[in-house]
Design a protein around this ligand. Sequence first.
Ligand SMILES: Nc1nc2c(c(=O)[nH]1)N[C@H]1C(S)=C(S)[C@@H](COP(=O)(O)OP(=O)(O)OC[C@H]3O[C@@H](n4cnc5c(=O)[nH]c(N)nc54)[C@H](O)[C@@H]3O)O[C@H]1N2
Ligand SMILES: Nc1nc2c(c(=O)[nH]1)N[C@H]1C(S)=C(S)[C@@H](COP(=O)(O)OP(=O)(O)OC[C@H]3O[C@@H](n4cnc5c(=O)[nH]c(N)nc54)[C@H](O)[C@@H]3O)O[C@H]1N2
Ligand code: SF4
Ligand SMILES: [Mo]
Length: 701
Amino acid sequence: MPTTHHHSCTLCEATCGITVTVADDRVVGIRGDSDDPVSAGYICPKATALADLHHDPDRLRRPLVRGGVDEWFEVSWPAAIELAAAGLRDVRQRHGKHALAVYQGNPTAHNLGLITYGQPFFRALRTPNLYSATSADQLPHMLAALQMFGHQLLMPVPDIDRTDLFVCLGANPAVSNGSIMTAPNVRSRLKRVRRVVVFDPRRTETADLADEHVFIRPGTDALLLLSLVNVLFTEHLVCTGRLTPRLTGLEILRVACRDFTPERTAAVTGVDPARVRALARELATTPRAVVYGRVGLCTQEFGGLAAWLIVVVNALTGHLDEPGGAMFTTPAIDAIPLATVTGNRGSFDSYRSRVRGLPEFGGELPVAALAEEIDTPGEGQIRGLITSAGNPVLSTPNGARLDDALAGLDFMVSIDPYLNETTRHADVILPPTAPLERPHYELALANYSVRNAAKYSPSVLPRGPEQRHDWEIVLELASRVLGGGAAARLLGRFGPEPLLELGLRVGPHGLRKLRGGLSLGKLKRRPHGVDLGPLRRRLPGRLATPGKQVHLAPRVYLNDLPRLRRLLARQRDDALVLIGRRQLRSNNSWMHNSERLVKGKPRCTLLVHPDDARERGLTDGGSAKLSSAKGTVEVTVEVTDAIMQGVVSLPHGWGHHRTGVLLGVATRQPGVSVNDVTDEHLVDELTGTAAFSGVPVHLQA
Ligand SMILES: Nc1nc2c(c(=O)[nH]1)N[C@H]1C(S)=C(S)[C@@H](COP(=O)(O)OP(=O)(O)OC[C@H]3O[C@@H](n4cnc5c(=O)[nH]c(N)nc54)[C@H](O)[C@@H]3O)O[C@H]1N2
Ligand SMILES: Nc1nc2c(c(=O)[nH]1)N[C@H]1C(S)=C(S)[C@@H](COP(=O)(O)OP(=O)(O)OC[C@H]3O[C@@H](n4cnc5c(=O)[nH]c(N)nc54)[C@H](O)[C@@H]3O)O[C@H]1N2
Ligand code: SF4
Ligand SMILES: [Mo]
């Protein structure tokens, strides 16, 4: 008899509700759950691939231990954990705590066990060498949250369902389904917005839905935004509304933006000054409007400034913490008050990386520094590494250098369900259960949802007798590396659930309402999830700054403006610049082993403007050499006027040709890795965030 189960798809931030049909321990169907309060039945094609992930014969179900080059043995869990722990202890004993590094990847964000147990373990290792995908992603938004609102997690979310003007920079939500904006079925949400304006070097799927698309030169958003600020001041359009008494730094801003008129920045951004002026007026006069920026805005040379200026523009036009503007959530489990009370608001630049001096953020170093910290000899060199839910060989700038560096480590452990481009370097691979084999609560992304909601899902399928959850793996490792076996045994009896219960009870929808409030039991009785209403005004209460103020002009940004001013004077050579793109049937680097997602025409193509193609004798479908200061890859060219002249685009996450991986489907359709061409030295100097956008490249037939 088939059974049906309710769960969430955890592949991207939308976390759509799914209904899974199971017969004889096989997933026979996955559809959208029409009763999910946020996704209301929507899913994208990736959700059905969760079945492929579940049944994938290549997915590891038992630990692997390296025998020799590309030689692996399946061993029991106790043996694998002991080997892993012994290797890690050995690195720490011989070379010190700093010699052990950790890299945490993107799926951590959706993984209850890794957030509740992985984070504390990795932090308890007390190494400065913590790395994650954050510094290849949203770090600039987190820095703005810390500097302006006093807590690194206080990132506002566009209230997309109630806005009349949605201005989108460096994001393609029609494909990504939203980021720091959990908004399933973003396409239909966007279609309901009266006016959508997109600034992007590519005419994207989102641009196709928009009322207006404007090409912008990669890496120049900060200039565009500062020009908007300039117009707001010079044309007396600033209107800060009810937050006015809470805002500091307005006069400093007025001075800081003085020389950045749209007429001056146009030559660099490529955006017509008249359009900038018109947009400033429109933002100021539309009661419900919001400016939103994401990955393309963050992962560029001026990502830090750009993310700051997004908040500034929203604040100056009265759209911060107002319906239809940039708002804060009221999540059922709210980490922010707790972290604030314990003094853990976040940190920036409290130490620097050894080799290049890149700044710390939130207790981590920028991942652009990871390879050099491994391959540069000397006091403080990294000798051992744990990777957890990450594939940095494909996902970090100059992944090829990291690939080589990993081969030189003394010891490496990977907590990962696949033998892939990164984990092939490990000495021990510890594979956790898959998403359908474990309970789920969306602890992190619920903080960034366009609608407040809470949902708990039990596991859909039983795990095999030999399988372990991520939290069990890290807990075991922790007790073997750091000691504390008794505590680990106690925690091991409970897992993450008591933490959920506690979080819900003390959260804004729990205790205060006493008996009517949320509890884990209540969520278990509501398998589709509980709707907690639209976003509501949260300021000043939610601010974590002393005195509950919003700082519009923090010094770190003002100090970075001279660098932006130099961009105005920079001579443009005729090199092309490279940007990335995401694709609906792709999920960063790790879902290419699903036949249904990769079938059809190869998608890892380089988009080239017709003029640029003609100049270089390139034809549609032909191949070309794409090279940068760091590497060369051979690409298939796709000629299209959807890309700005002077810019080329290659998706990331591909490049499954490396030997020694166990990815039967992915290796048949390998593509190339854009991060074999990106440059670990090209970073936003303020934050250390990788600059994937705007890499100078050459293209040859
Ligand atoms: N050029 C370029 N590079 C980019 C980007 C870009 O736009 N352009 N985007 C960047 C961004 S935004 C991100 S977030 C990063 C992503 O980069 P990463 O986080 O490094 O890599 P992913 O491709 O998400 O790989 C996830 C890994 O986790 C494993 N995994 C999946 N689920 C689980 C689980 O539940 N537990 C464990 N333990 N492991 C699991 C998978 O097998 C895979 O090895 O890439 C960044 N890199
Ligand atoms: N299908 C699918 N969905 C995903 C993912 C996936 O891999 N596949 N990954 C998930 C992850 S980890 C994340 S972080 C989110 C990211 O979510 P988004 O940020 O919405 O995703 P991208 O498609 O990378 O959008 C970045 C856009 O920035 C543009 N761009 C590049 N450089 C610049 C620039 O300098 N200025 C401006 N204005 N635009 C620029 C690019 O052309 C691109 O359209 O998506 C998530 N959702
Ligand atoms: S948009 Fe697609 S991949 Fe993302 S959560 Fe929804 S179904 Fe899953
Ligand atoms: Mo990401």
